[in-house]
Design a protein around this ligand. Structure first.
Ligand code: ADE
Length: 236
């Protein structure tokens, strides 16, 4: 799967793909990452990409020309790319979106800076607008990296063990059950004894109950639709 970032600051994003799981996925060709800088497309003498807001307002906007030329150039070569704009006004990005977008062959993130992007560019090119939370970041790069990370780990074979995707948080609308490793006792706190007995059906049932309790405690908003599932007899 390919990810492209349209950004004035490719250096901010590049480093994220040099190490760890995504670094390895890139090295092994499971994901590809590339960059396009709208400044390189600016027709102004000083490679200007921003301007004052029409009608007034604090701060500068990214003007349409460099982005339009960059996107037109890019999409001519890759017309099937799925174009995502990270913006505070977008719909909330969720695990469901991460899984859905992991099935695309190419996602392009258009990263705004300053006070944002001229709306005509969004109208012309956006397939989807996403927000990663109700706060305003200084640019779209961080939000794009967050989404790219969440999407990548759902791309086949990016995680060493695809089974780990099945049980994780949000899968069935529940947070993942608490997990433990060695030692069995640490600072007077013990791993739940049932986890050490090897009865996998029982452990699975227990984990379901714990996932329900954890969701109810930390994210009651997610829990509202879970009552029935959590009360299923065979999971008690
Ligand atoms: N750009 C600035 N703030 C953002 C947010 N919260 N989500 C996505 N993109 C953004």
């Amino acid at each position: 799967m390919r990810f492209s970032f349209l950004t004035l600051f490719p250096g901010l994003v590049e480093g994220y793909f040099s190490d760890s799981i995504l670094g390895r996925a890139k090295e092994e060709g499971k994901i590809a990452v590339d960059f396009l800088n709208p400044r390189d497309f600016s027709l102004s003498r000083h490679k200007k990409v921003d301007d004052y807001q029409a009608g007034g307002g604090a701060g500068l906007l990214m003007g349409p020309q460099p982005l339009d030329d960059a996107l037109a150039y890019f999409l001519k070569k890759t017309p099937h790319a799925h174009v995502v704009f990270p913006v505070p006004a977008g719909k909330p990005f969720t695990q469901k979106d991460a899984k859905r977008l992991a099935k695309k062959s190419h996602v392009v993130f258009v990263c705004g800076r300053y006070e944002g992007i001229d709306e005509r560019i969004v109208e012309e090119y956006a397939d989807e607008l996403f927000s990663i939370g109700d706060y305003v970041l200084t640019g779209g790069e961080l939000a794009s990296m967050v989404m790219c990370d969440a999407i990548s780990r759902n791309v086949e074979a990016v995680l060493g063990n695809d089974a780990s995707l099945d049980e994780e948080s949000f899968e069935a609308g529940l947070l993942e059950a608490p997990s433990f490793t060695k030692p069995n006792e640490f600072k007077n706190k013990c791993v739940p004894s049932e986890f050490l007995k090897g009865n996998h059906a029982k452990i699975a049932g227990l984990k379901k109950v714990m996932a329900c309790a954890k969701t109810q405690f930390y994210r009651p908003d997610l829990f509202v639709n879970q009552k029935l599932t959590c009360q299923e007899k065979d999971h008690r």
